[in-house]
Design a protein around this ligand. Sequence first.
Ligand code: COA
Length: 145
Amino acid sequence: MYSVKQISSQQTYAVRQPVLRPGKHIDSCIFDGDDLPQTVHFGVYDSDNLVGIVSVFRVSHPDFANANQYQLRGMAVLPTHQKKGLGDLLLEAAENYIKQQGTDLIWFNAREVAVGFYSKAGYTISGELFEIPTVGPHYVMFKLV
Ligand SMILES: CC(C)(COP(=O)(O)OP(=O)(O)OC[C@H]1O[C@@H](n2cnc3c(N)ncnc32)[C@H](O)[C@@H]1OP(=O)(O)O)[C@@H](O)C(=O)NCCC(=O)NCCS
């Protein structure tokens, strides 16, 4: 019933906008590097309907010395489909892709409200809570792969 597929950056907007940028202009859904060749986007479908997304960027964080790092961005599941295991399905797809790239470390800026979700998936907080303007409080989280 649910399937995960690679999608385009433009396809992510249908979930990025309502879940991550509610009430904001569609341009706020465009992330730097979305269309770089090393960037990939995954979508989870309920039949033909896109209901969740995550994106993978080849970006390093200055706090980590590891040579090969990937950043997750734009993890979101529509409210109608949350708490059904779809976030975990998306994480699994992203992690499988990242592991195939010879990566040492996965990191991201986690919304404070989502820290429990990522902790369950084996990610660790690094450093202090910080504010991303217009989005809210975040922690850097990471996992060695
Ligand atoms: C965070 C989010 C992606 C999780 O997706 P989801 O499909 O609801 O997550 P899952 O159903 O796969 O949850 C996996 C596990 O994490 C738990 N979990 C999910 N969201 C959680 C949260 N916010 N806090 C603590 N635990 C959480 C689930 O209960 C489940 O636990 P279990 O395996 O013991 O049953 C989703 O809630 C979402 O889109 N939230 C709004 C946007 C957001 O905050 N995105 C993250 C930006 S960094």
